[in-house]
Design a binder for this molecule. Structure first.
Ligand code: 3HC
Ligand code: NAI
Length: 727
């Protein structure tokens, strides 16, 4: 009998190779194809095969339970669980969320694994996240390959670990490290996980092989089963203080703070009771708008780069890039490209400007070095070999792609593109980082408009995730594909945008900023507006952001727009008074707020209040009170209305594209899912009613977006448009 023979073999020192001599293994799948079953001597091997990430969907859960039962029936002594393809289980199947749950549920599967009378070992590779780590925590021992990462990122989906993670992890590694991992959602590398005690071993090799060797060693040592649930309750900490800290850090997000309370249960309740309560909290969070917002953001982030017209289009090869202009943006773009492994040649106007650009780039890279993102060797190579500075456009003749980041002036841009057209090799992509200018007009300065595109990075370009890929009328599909490929290489979230003043993000920003300015004229203070929006979840309110960006930028823009401004527009002039007095915000120490050196943030500048009052008096405005709720409502209505216009006009392809732009470039709180997801959750009819009621005061500014009106009329929402686009 296979069983008896294998048992006999176990009495001798055994290795996997010896086991292989024992005869042909038994192969098979476990009821579902998602888990493959194999009996290797007395070790049952359960291999997850649910590409792309071995998510723990229904078939996988069922397969695991079947596999356990079969292993026990086969009288195996141990079970090895590992994943096929690129990863161990990357978590619960998020696509099942919000739908009726199908048994067996993940917590039951986890408990079943842990309760198995056989020795269960997990061999991890890739990412063991969420439910994936929870399955691993139920194995009696865990080994991983060095590249593996583990984590409990559920809070990034608006939930908390719901299959024992908040009860088992603190038992295994202690309360504080568990809270850190759960509330920050960070992925922990194998070595750190080993040091924390999440893993028992880290070994180089194939997960299946290192796993089998580990199981064999454990069996040889007669190692006992080691259920984490039977470990003593962890030592408590000051949970109230921790809850407050995490709540504050979440800026309105509830899941991380709830997770602290769930970990608290691990200290205070018997395991089973803690597990039951964890599940209740998990289910409660599942019902929230925040969960819907976060999951929308998760899928939107992955959908933005999926454009039907690019399906069969190959991007051009890009190894060497050119950057023109080494100011704030050019230096940031060059840094980002260097960090992505590209050769960079940066052209400036003079040697002095080139030297200044080098200093900026070296400063950025020094930051990466300080944060251990790169080694000293890499820093030296990047600054001394991979980066070249030049003052002559001829240096760009071999570049595969050039990004222009010179002054925001159409004549200067056209001049640059004429020169690029003359020197660049055929097929080179010519990109502009313009914030507002017409990419069609820039493209027309060349004889190769098909190669011209907008690549709109955000400041600081080596940090900010967003990249708007601005497609002009004659941009060739493979130029667009190259823009997206470059974005991916640089680790950006690339979103397609059409040509208009400000593209997606800056156009919408201009509108909601105007709504805020109107509220200030009518009675709100910039400080109240900032506070209301920070309470809504924005990292900073619009006036604090203006101080950070520099008030001179808006001042220059207002002056440029003044000659051709519609007289119905209400543009405040008090910020001009601030600028005239030399107050440009943070960089001069004073703007809407006063900034003291060494202190974070600013305090409201009382002069601003005086200037606003004077302007109201001049305009004959009797100020009225605004509640925080009304501030948010108007600000968001302006944002959603303009966003709907942007989608309706095809500047953004889908509502989710707008959501990603605001989420990744404008500090929109992720747990609201983006402005259009937020709008869906609020209900479009109510929002449209608001806009119509505001239009009774100012029908120039508040013109309902035709798309919004149509959706309300048809009883549909923005997500319906996302779904339509995906089908
Ligand atoms: N469920 C369903 N689909 C998933 C998924 C999941 N948990 N994780 C990833 N996918 C899908 C993605 O949507 C994508 O699909 P697409 O090709 O159709 O766009 C595909 O798998 C590949 O994903 P990525 O493009 O993100 O691949 P990467 O290699 O860049 O990243 C990853 C892999 C690190 C695993 C990343 O996908 C990730 O972070 N996934 C989410 C992990 C997570 O949050 N797990 C916790 C889930 S909640 C949970 O477990 C609850 C439990 O406590 C009860
Ligand atoms: P900046 O003024 O800091 O830098 C511009 C640089 O271009 C200067 O160093 C200048 O010497 C150089 N330059 C000017 N003409 C040149 C030429 N003909 N050849 C070579 N170099 C030349 O400007 P910043 O902020 O970096 O902006 C650059 C572009 O990026 C603008 O189009 C701007 O609208 C856009 N942008 C700016 C953002 C920001 O937050 N600053 C964000 C996104 C886009």
């Amino acid at each position: 009998m296979i069983f008896a023979g294998n048992r006999l073999a176990l009495t001798q020192p055994a290795h996997i190779n010896e086991l292989r001599l024992l005869g042909p293994p038994e192969w098979g799948t476990c009821m579902t194809d998602a888990i493959h079953y194999e009996l290797q001597g007395d070790i049952a091997i359960l291999k997850a095969q649910n590409p792309p990430v071995n998510a723990l969907g229904h078939a996988v859960r069922q397969g695991l339970v079947d596999g356990l039962e079969r292993a026990e029936a086969d009288n195996a002594r141990a079970i090895l669980i590992h994943g096929d393809g690129s990863t161990w289980f990357a978590g619960a199947d998020i696509r099942e969320f919000g739908k009726p749950m199908q048994e067996p549920l993940l917590p039951d599967v986890c408990n079943r694994i842990e309760a198995s009378p056989l020795l269960v070992v997990g061999a991890l590779h890739g990412t063991a996240l969420g439910g994936g780590l929870e399955v691993a925590l139920c194995c009696h021992y865990r080994i991983a390959v060095p590249g593996a990462r583990v984590g409990l990122p559920e809070v990034m989906l608006g939930i908390l670990p719901g299959a024992g993670g908040t009860q088992r992890l603190p038992r295994l590694i202690g309360v504080e490290p568990a809270i850190d991992i759960i509330t920050t959602a960070r992925q922990v590398g194998a070595q750190e996980a080993l040091e924390l005690g999440i893993l028992d071993r880290v070994r180089e090799g194939e997960p299946r092989d290192v796993g089998l060797a580990f199981v064999r060693a454990l069996l040889d040592d007669d190692a006992p089963r080691r259920p984490v649930s039977e470990m003593p309750a962890p030592k408590p900490i000051d949970f109230d203080a921790m809850y407050q800290t995490v709540l504050k850090r979440g800026r309105g997000q509830i899941a991380p703070a709830q997770a602290v309370r769930a970990v608290q249960l691990a200290c205070e309740l018997p395991f089973d009771e803690g597990l039951r309560r964890e599940r209740e909290m998990f289910m409660d969070l599942m019902e929230t708008d925040q969960r819907q917002g976060m999951i929308h953001a998760f899928f939107a982030e992955r959908a933005v780069s999926k454009l039907p017209e690019l399906k069969a289009v190959e991007p051009r090869v890009v190894n060497a890039i050119g950057v023109i202009g080494g100011g704030t943006m050019g230096a940031g773009i060059a840094t980002s490209a260097l960090l992505a492994g590209l050769n960079v040649t940066l052209v400036e106007m003079s040697q002095e400007a080139a030297d200044a650009a080098r200093t900026r780039i070296e400063g950025n890279l020094a930051g990466a070095l300080k944060r251990n993102k790169i080694t000293q060797d890499r820093y030296d190579t990047l600054t001394q070999e991979t980066l070249a500075l030049a003052t002559d456009y001829d240096a760009l003749k071999d570049a595969d792609l050039v990004i222009e980041a010179v002054f925001e002036d159409m004549d200067v841009k056209k001049d640059v593109f004429t020169k690029l057209d003359a020197v660049c090799k055929p097929g080179a992509v010519l990109a502009t980082n313009t914030s507002y200018l017409d990419v069609n007009e820039i493209a027309a300065a060349t004889a190769r408009p098909g190669d011209v595109i907008g690549l709109h990075f955000f400041s600081p370009a080596h940090v900010m995730k967003l990249l708007e890929v601005v497609v002009a009328d004659r941009t060739a599909p493979d130029t667009v594909a190259t823009g997206f490929a470059l974005g991916k290489k640089m680790g950006k979230i690339a979103v397609r945008a059409g040509v208009c003043d400000g593209f997606i993000g800056n156009r919408i920003l201009a509108t909601y900023r105007t709504a805020a300015d109107h509220m200030v004229l009518d009675g709100a203070s910039p400080f109240q507006i900032d506070k209301a929006l920070e309470d809504f979840g924005f990292a900073m309110g619009p006036y604090a952001v203006a101080d950070l960006a520099g008030l001179d930028i808006g001042w220059a823009m207002r002056k440029r727009q003044a000659p051709h401004r519609d007289p119905r527009e209400r543009v405040p002039s008090y910020p001009d008074r601030l600028c005239e007095a030399g107050h440009f915000g943070q960089k001069t120490g004073k703007g809407y707020y006063i900034y003291e050196t060494g202190k974070r943030g600013g305090t409201p500048n009382p002069e601003v209040t005086g200037l606003i009052e004077a302007e109201r008096a001049e305009r004959g405005i009797t100020p009225r009170d605004f509640t925080d709720e009304e501030i948010v409502r108007r600000y968001m209505a302006a944002m959603v209305n303009e966003a709907a216009k942007v989608v309706g006009e095809g500047i953004a392809r889908r509502p989710l594209d707008v959501d990603m732009v605001l989420l990744s470039g404008y500090g929109f709180p992720r747990y609201h899912g983006g402005p259009l997801k937020w709008a869906d959750l609020q209900g479009l009819p109510g929002l449209l009613d608001d806009i119509k009621s505001y239009a009774r005061e100012d029908d120039h500014f508040w013109q309902p977006a035709p798309l919004l009106e149509r959706l309300v009329e048809e009883g549909r929402n923005f997500d319906d448009l996302n779904k339509e686009a995906a089908s």
